[in-house]
Write a protein that binds this ligand. Structure first.
Ligand code: URA
Ligand code: SF4
Length: 219
């Protein structure tokens, strides 16, 4: 049977793309296996590569602080990345690297079955909501086309380290996330997937191109 442990051990010894050649540690992800929220960043940075854990550097500390601000503890969510090994010098992951790594993420999503997927940064967002720009969609929940899951796109916390004004935007979006989670709890917003869409769930890697039918706006 598939499990997060099985995935993590496969990831740690994975050689499916060139990023295995330069990594120190692969970074499968951490957190509650039954988390209601799954955070997905782009790829491990230097600190993450050294420690084998996602979001432990400066951007990660900021993410933890932002979570705490809305009353969520890091241990209660699950955190991972689109690619599990660090791209050299933090370059963007290549499409073929993302494609090679995608099945791990896909399996994690199925196993955790989160109520909400929070994408961190534009690269992660584009894989779930093709056709959107981060500047227009941040803080706005959407339903993913392939399986109807709620996607909540956030700017990458690293942005606020370079541009302090972004901190305000990130904080505001975090509070929108909190509001949405409360609506899910009270039943005003359904996190349930559209069952007819599940049957057509595709493990294909979303490409960067604009999608023909943009994902549905939630509210
Ligand atoms: N940035 C990411 O996208 N992921 C990490 O794990 C750390 C920094
Ligand atoms: Fe394997 Fe993903 Fe690491 Fe590439 S990035 S070697 S596919 S775990």
């Amino acid at each position: 049977m598939d499990s997060l442990h099985v995935i993590a051990s496969e990831v740690r010894s994975c050689t499916k793309c060139r990023l295995c050649e330069t990594r120190t540690n692969a970074v499968p992800g951490v957190g509650d296996p039954e988390a209601k929220i799954l955070f997905i960043g782009e790829g491990p940075g230097k600190d993450e590569d050294l420690q084998g854990e996602p979001f432990v550097g400066r951007a990660g500390k900021l993410l933890t602080t932002l979570l705490n601000k809305i009353g969520i503890e890091r241990k209660d969510v699950f955190i991972t990345n689109v690619v599990k090994c660090r791209p050299p010098n933090n370059r963007d992951p290549e499409d073929d690297e993302i494609a090679a790594c995608w099945p791990y993420l896909d399996r994690q999503i199925h196993l955790i079955d989160p109520r909400v997927i929070v994408t961190l940064g534009r690269h992660s967002m584009k894989r779930f909501l093709p056709g959107y720009t981060i500047s227009s969609v941040h803080g706005e929940p959407k339903r993913r086309q392939s399986d109807g899951r709620i996607i909540f796109p956030l700017y990458h916390p690293a942005m606020a380290l370079y541009k302090p004004a972004m901190l305000d935007v990130l904080e505001k979006d975090m509070f929108k996330l909190k509001t949405m989670l409360a609506k899910i709890e009270e039943g005003t917003v359904s996190y349930k997937k559209d069952d007819s869409a599940i049957a057509h769930f595709s493990t294909e890697v979303p490409q960067k191109e604009e999608s023909v039918n943009p994902p549905q706006t939630l509210f």
